[in-house]
Design a protein around this ligand. Structure first.
Ligand code: B12
Ligand code: SF4
Length: 501
């Protein structure tokens, strides 16, 4: 079959700092190609909507799949589904991805007959069966599928992360993927899943708290095949298992691979596995994203982070000693007042790290969806991007945004100052000389994207599609009720690793 796979546009508020290749969609593309389908991928983060229109007409896909990792992209995906069915009534349209997995029935209904199926859970194991069923019938027998006839069997977990390799060769304009000064930047996955259980996060519920690892040999071979000089490691928490981090490092050393890396991890993992991170720093680890979330013990308990403020500060100190630049994430509680914002600004200015703020947002698939979602002030999908307040703010909304933008601006100015100290001008010059303009654009774009008027105006747009509310229940759901993959049935014992830390 001719299969077209589409990733929706980048979200405005994150595009300033980064734009990365859609690894999940590339793996789904590989799974389809491996069983003989002709596959084309259009990533609207880097390609235009008019190109998609043209290619839909020229390529005339028999099946069109859209990736919905992000809630904020749901309206755009439904719009594209409508367009596809209008142009190609016979085309089989399907959706898949992280966020859509938690609200599949609702979106199927909202799409009003323009979406034939939604795949819940991992795409690679389902896709060959889905495409067969699209041609021959029997949709409801495909694991993970939701269609008008109801739900298919439970979604299956991939046996091994070692294959299929992401179909990177199908991507166009790869030079437009970047994160900060790592420009251009590719992505890679070493592990999948997270054994922790933070209350605001859906990473652990999607995978049913399972945790799997790629073999060091496969990870090394994949890294060797990547052309970009910079690589973002997409794992939720990198190097939980030190022997795994060392195993991959040994492969990279053996193959003499030198790149610059950006990864995400937790403070307690960094503290526990110092040697692994030191070894990776020698291999080129430059940036690390630490989800600190809160600077006080109360906030950390609320989010069930299972670390102390002291752990966080020791981890920052350790990263500094290793020469790794850290980006910290803090969750802005809509209950913050002006004083709280001031304290955070002070903290952000006092530490040398880059501080990133995200607004506490109840997402389907998280625990707080069931405890906080009842008081949503909006159900506009587009506002669920962790840059908007979707539950009542203690401050009037305009004052809340004024404080938020002010804090982000202070942080950004500091960040730019730091960059200069670190030699940003040199980086900029080298990147521009190589024709890489992503980092330069990022430096100029901040003011036009982050401003109070714009953020407020986003709340007053016409709303066509709304998020569902969680089903009403007497008490919060049990953990199993939140899971997409309920058990690690299909993967080997060697890969399963459900213990935190
Ligand atoms: C890496 C990552 C990123 C990267 C790369 C994003 C990209 N372009 O793909 C970066 C850093 C850019 C990023 C940014 C953001 N992210 Co992010 N990200 C992740 C993370 C940690 C891993 C995703 C990943 O690559 N996994 C590996 C691949 C192989 O898996 P996958 O993408 O899930 O794909 C599989 C399935 O979902 C499915 N699938 C995917 N697409 C399709 C399509 C079809 C047709 C089918 C059938 C199946 C299918 O099959 C794939 C293979 O099994 C997830 C958490 C998680 N564990 O999922 C958060 C996560 C997806 N991100 C999240 C958020 C909030 C964001 C931001 C909004 C944050 C911000 N404000 O800055 C931005 C928005 C980015 C944008 N769209 O513009 C939330 C999503 C929340 C939501 N419900 O909408 C998550 C779940 C994190 C969380 N803790 O809650 N992110
Ligand atoms: S440690 Fe990170 S990925 Fe894991 S549940 Fe917490 S926030 Fe989510």
């Amino acid at each position: 079959m001719r299969v077209m796979l589409v990733h929706p546009s980048a979200l405005m508020y994150s595009e300033i700092f980064l734009r990365l290749e859609p690894l999940g969609l590339e793996r789904v593309a590989a799974a389809a190609r491996n069983v003989g389908h002709e596959v084309r991928v259009v990533d609207l983060q880097v390609l235009s909507r008019s190109l998609l229109d043209r290619e839909m007409a020229e390529f005339a896909p028999e099946a069109l799949g859209l990736s919905l990792n992000y809630l904020a992209n749901v309206p755009e995906a439904i719009e594209i589904a409508h367009q596809a069915k209008a142009m190609l009534p016979e085309c089989f349209v399907f959706l898949g991805g992280h966020s859509i997995s938690f609200i599949a029935e609702h979106v199927l209904e909202q799409a009003d007959g323009t979406v034939d199926a939604i795949v819940r859970g991992e795409g690679e194991p389902a896709l060959p069966f889905l495409l067969d069923a699209a041609r021959d019938g029997g949709l409801k027998t495909v694991p993970g599928v939701v269609c008008t006839e109801g739900r298919g069997p439970a979604p299956k977990l991939l046996d091994s992360l070692d294959d299929p390799l992401p179909a990177r060769d199908l991507m166009r304009k790869r030079k437009r993927y970047f994160i900060g000064e790592l420009d251009p930047c590719a992505s890679i996955e070493f592990t999948r899943g997270c054994p922790w259980d933070c209350s605001f996060c859906s990473a652990w519920t999607f995978y049913g708290r399972s945790y799997r690892k790629a073999s060091p040999q496969a990870a090394g071979a994949e890294m060797a095949s990547i052309r970009e000089p910079n690589v973002f490691i997409v794992d939720d928490v990198a190097f939980i298992r030190p022997e795994h981090g060392h195993g991959i490092a040994a492969e990279l050393e053996r193959r003499r691979i030198r790149k610059r890396y950006y990864l995400e991890t937790r403070s307690d993992v960094l503290l526990r596995n110092r040697e692994v991170f030191e070894r990776w720093a020698r291999l080129g680890l430059r940036y690390m994203f630490l989800g600190m979330e809160a600077i006080d013990a109360e906030g950390l308990d609320l989010y069930r982070k299972r670390v102390t403020p002291d752990d966080n500060f020791r981890a920052l100190e350790m990263a500094r000693q290793m020469g790794i630049m850290v980006a910290i994430n803090l969750i802005v509680d809509p209950a913050w007042d002006e004083e709280r914002f001031r304290v955070v600004r002070e903290f952000a200015l006092a530490v040398p790290e880059i501080v990133h703020l995200t607004v506490m947002t109840p997402y389907p698939g998280t625990e707080i969806w069931h405890t906080e979602a009842r008081q949503l002030t909006t159900r506009d999908y587009r506002l669920f991007d962790i840059q908007h307040a979707v539950v009542p703010t203690k401050l009037p909304l305009d004052v809340f945004y004024r404080e938020l933008v002010r804090t982000q601006a202070v942080i950004n100015r500091k960040h730019l100052g730091l960059r200069t100290a670190f030699g940003a001008l040199g980086v900029l010059g080298r990147n521009l000389a190589r024709g890489q303009t992503n980092f330069a654009r990022m430096l100029w774009k901040f003011g036009s994207v982050y401003n109070v008027q714009r953020q407020l105006a986003d709340h007053h747009r016409h709303v066509e599609y709304e998020l569902p509310l969680p089903p009403s229940r007497e008490s919060p759901p049990g953990r199993q009720d939140l899971y997409i993959h309920t058990k690690a049935a299909t993967h080997s014992r060697r890969q399963a690793d459900p213990e935190p830390g």
